[in-house]
Design a protein around this ligand. Sequence first.
Ligand SMILES: Cc1ncc(C[n+]2csc(CCOP(=O)(O)OP(=O)(O)O)c2C)c(N)n1
Length: 273
Amino acid sequence: MQSIDELKQKAKQIRIEIIKMVSAAKSGHPGGPLGLADIYAALYFQILNHDPKNPQKEDRDRLILSNGHVCAVRYASMALSGYFPVALLKTFRNIKSNLQGHPSTRYMDGLESSSGSLGQGLSVSCGLALGARLQNKTYKVYACISDGECGEGMTWEAAQSAVHYKLDNLIVFMDRNFIQIDGFTEDVLKLEPLPEKFRSFGWNVIEADGHNLDQILDSFERAKVHKGSPTIIVFRTILGKGVSFMENKPEWHGSPPNADQEKLALTELESMK
Ligand SMILES: Cc1ncc(C[n+]2csc(CCOP(=O)(O)OP(=O)(O)O)c2C)c(N)n1
């Protein structure tokens, strides 16, 4: 069991690694991963039933990453929790690296699916949750999805299926940063009122601040014990969180910092409480 302060330190470390990875690769996505760091610290260091030394542990919780382009946050969390050496992170996005820019089960243990093509993860998660129930397994299926993915029809097909099959072993969490590749979600394709849409489909909907670790932990704990319907936690996050010049700026969805920007970002993150 980690204290809130310990989890904050993990999130800070994850953010530092994200900046180093994307800077070294000179390509990739810094914004989404920085915004998800607090949630991933909570997952990898507290919430998930997993064993970094035995990634295929039979009763492990499954974590599906649907918005695959944010994988830097998952790789950093995996390395810091002991799946592989932190030194490997600097190979991110190299052609021969296992740490591909969009995650692939072909190259890495500890992932449950390959992703990058948006919109598929919720369907994959429904299948895993249904399969777990049919086999009387007690593990949970966690699914990370983004708001941009709600522009994909497949997300809503899966959202209906999850309710139809009463998948209460499925815990979805959304990176609701109001930004996608082309700008602000509400300008590109209006999504609001998003929580109400899921509620009207029959989901158990929790809304929380994705940078408040008390709220993050509480949301996951409530989702774990909810019965009769799937849960979605809509986490309000800030793209680029922790680096002042990246925060809430769509242009940091998928651009690497240059050397000066990397230095500035690391200085800011080092002083983050
Ligand atoms: C099926 C599919 N269509 C388009 C893309 C290109 N694409 C990559 S990221 C992205 C925006 C996704 O929005 P979101 O995940 O909310 O972005 P973020 O919050 O990480 O900036 C798009 C359209 C893709 N990867 N897959």
